[in-house]
Design a protein around this ligand. Structure first.
Ligand code: NDP
Length: 249
């Protein structure tokens, strides 16, 4: 069994206030990393309290940062703060994401743009400004989805964005190889988080029938795969998309 050791590594996980991101950040923190817990303080403000609570639970090596990944200026400023405070970055995990499911006929342009801006342009912003502060030999792991490979009913916006993340991953694996930075993606199946609460129960039941392992995924199932792709042990793996789906593909 691999026991991960990230002592001294600086890790930024976008959208790590809850769900897959929070589980991933907790895994890095337990393995000794210096962690940046990132969230976006929306006007309602409750996310800030959640993020602060989690940061406190995870201990002194966790630094709290807020930025809207849709906004290039906010992401650039975030990366500049990480560089100034922590000296640079070793691992960037692009996890922040949303869903706004609706069939093509009913999908509004706002719903299209919201998902593309967050799930695709957000990843572009984080890679663009994150790569500037990533040290040579660093890691980028982005969260795509099997929706971006298989395509699910009602998800033109989400599937397009997640397929785009795979495209970004394949290109950056080539562009950043000379700096020994590996770039990979995870394609989760159906994972029990707050996001899944936005999917109707009958649709969830249909998803469950497709999963050979007979259960929905847990955030830590994805976190473990991210930690592997971020570790020194995955040094020669780049440009890959790893489905973590309980066998659904
Ligand atoms: P959650 O809804 O639980 O968490 C999403 C995270 O993204 C939150 O921390 C949220 O932060 C953050 N976020 C949303 N919008 C923005 C923004 N504009 N700027 C910065 N942060 C933002 O989702 P999951 O944990 O379920 O999903 C995590 C990732 O995994 C997503 O990319 C998702 O698409 C992907 N995925 C999830 C699957 C699932 O079944 N759950 C399946 C396949 C992929 P806050 O609310 O604090 O602003």
């Amino acid at each position: 069994m691999i026991r991960f050791d990230f002592t001294g590594k600086v890790v930024l996980v976008t959208g790590s206030s809850r769900g897959i991101g929070a589980s991933t950040l907790a895994g890095f923190a337990r393995a000794g990393a210096v962690c940046v817990l990132h969230y976006w303080a929306d006007p309602a403000g409750e996310n800030k309290a959640d993020a602060e609570k989690l940061a406190k639970e995870l201990g002194p090596n966790v630094h709290l940062e807020s930025a809207d990944v849709r906004d290039a200026g906010e992401v650039e400023a975030l990366m500049n703060r990480v560089k100034a405070t922590l000296g640079g970055l070793d691992i960037l995990v692009n996890n922040a994401g949303i869903i706004r499911d609706r069939t093509l006929k009913k999908m509004t342009l706002d719903e299209w743009h919201a998902v593309i801006q967050t799930n695709l342009t957000g990843v572009f912003h984080c890679c663009k400004y994150g790569a500037e502060i990533l040290r040579d030999g660093g890691r980028i792991v982005s969260i795509s989805s099997i929706a971006g490979i298989l395509g699910f009913h009602g998800q033109t916006n989400y599937a397009a964005a997640k397929a785009g993340v795979i495209g970004i991953t394949r290109v950056l694996a080539k562009e950043l190889a000379r700096r020994r930075i590996t770039v990979n993606a995870i394609a989760p199946g159906v994972i029990q988080t707050k996001m899944l609460g936005e999917v109707k129960p009958d649709v969830q039941a249909e998803y469950l029938k497709q999963i050979p392992m007979g259960r929905l995924g847990r955030p830590e199932d994805i976190a473990n795969a991210i930690l592997f792709l971020a570790s020194d042990e995955s040094d020669y793996i780049t440009g890959h998309v790893l489905p973590v789906t309980g066998g659904w593909l």
